[in-house]
Design a protein around this ligand. Structure first.
Ligand code: TXA
Ligand code: MG
Length: 328
């Protein structure tokens, strides 16, 4: 094998540049994206691995760098609702939720507008497209400066724990991507909520906006799909084993066994990390992936996790924990 190939995937080696939001970092990141490069950047949810959504070769690079199955489509990131109108068709209800929650941690699956050159690789051949307008200032500046729709999955190797810092990104993808734009830790900490708005609204993935907030705006209940039960899941990325640490996970743990590390929630004794000692779900969400990265680095065979309420953002936390605990 040639020296400049990655042993696991036969990927060409890419010297990964560390850029910061200060000074020329954003301009350099935008230039790399316009040239077809792969640039990880912070959003308010998690770090995304960005590529020009109009370029087949750039988008193919995302799948290769992550070892992502090519049937799993990507979210297109744009700076404004107006830019989203260029690539997708909005029903009146879709328009209402977009107005209410964008910019922010919400992704809408919408009918793809036929005219606008988003690569077929982005949608994995579907006639719908997932679109999001992120709120994080660095992401917004980068999208505006790049002036292209940017396809971006979470910036982690497929199936592994999502990244909420630039260090997490580098731990998984150093040498496989062109740059990471460092904007510190992500404020929300779990991925966006995904709503299917191609028909009557459905929740495809719980995430950074709680389902009841969306129901309040829509004025209708939001049925969830159970994509794990299907051979071809409706949000194809919702494979049951995901966010996987090396350790085994034991959920709803009220006690800790010898050899286990406890990931606590609330005022519990003996936790190796605590998502939120005061039992605050937003704080717990923001801490979730960093805590899993940290505990996994300690190489315990088992990570035990305190019970987390299923209300509000707790639904997104429990969704990620169940996938991390799924057999693989
Ligand atoms: O917060 C987030 O959403 C982050 C940041 C970077 O924006 N991105 C993210 O992307 O979580 P990813 O690739 O890890 O998850 C995207 C999910 C996958 O489950 C994928 O199957 C689903 O969106 N998806 C994408 N396009 C779809 C479509 N047309 N129909 C249904 N599901 C779709
Ligand atoms: Mg992901």
């Amino acid at each position: 094998m040639a020296d400049n190939q990655d042993a696991a995937s036969h990927q060409p080696f890419r010297a990964t540049r560390r850029l910061t939001g200060a000074g020329s970092g954003i301009a350099e990141a935008a230039a790399l994206l316009r040239q077809g490069g792969l640039v990880a950047f912070p959003t308010e949810t998690v770090y995304g691995l960005g590529a020009d959504a109009t370029s087949d070769t750039a988008v193919a690079g995302i799948y290769a760098a992550k070892d992502r199955p090519s049937f799993n489509p990507l979210i297109v990131h744009v700076p404004t609702l107006a830019a989203a109108h260029d690539i997708a068709r909005f029903s009146p209800m879709a328009e209402t939720v977009a107005q209410a929650f964008w910019p922010g941690p919400l992704t809408l699956v919408l009918p793809l507008s036929t005219q606008r050159g988003v690569s077929r690789l982005v949608t994995a051949g579907l006639d719908s497209v997932a679109v999001r307008v992120p709120a994080a200032p660095l992401a917004r500046s980068l999208l505006t400066e790049t002036a292209r729709p940017i396809a971006a999955p979470s910036a982690n190797p497929s199936g592994k724990i999502s990244p909420t810092t630039a260090a997490h990104v580098l731990a998984g993808l150093d040498g496989r991507i062109d740059a990471v734009l460092d904007g510190g830790a992500c404020a929300v900490g779990v991925e966006s909520t995904i709503l299917d708005m191609t028909g009557s609204p459905r929740l495809l993935r719980p995430g950074g906006i709680a389902a009841d907030e969306i129901e309040a705006v829509l004025g209708v209940p939001l049925p969830a799909t159970a994509p794990d039960n299907a051979d071809r899941p409706i949000a194809p990325g919702q494979l049951s084993s995901h966010y996987a640490p090396r350790a085994r996970m034991r959920l709803n743990a009220d006690t800790v066994a010898p050899g286990e590390l406890l990931l606590g929630f609330g005022p519990v004794e003996g936790a190796a990390r605590n998502l939120s000692e005061r039992g605050d779900l937003a704080e717990a969400t923001a801490n979730l992936f960093a805590a899993l990265h940290d505990l996994d680095a300690l190489e315990a065979p088992v990570i035990a996790v305190s019970p987390i309420p299923e209300t509000g953002l707790g639904a997104a936390i429990n969704d990620r924990l169940r996938r991390a605990a799924a057999p693989r």
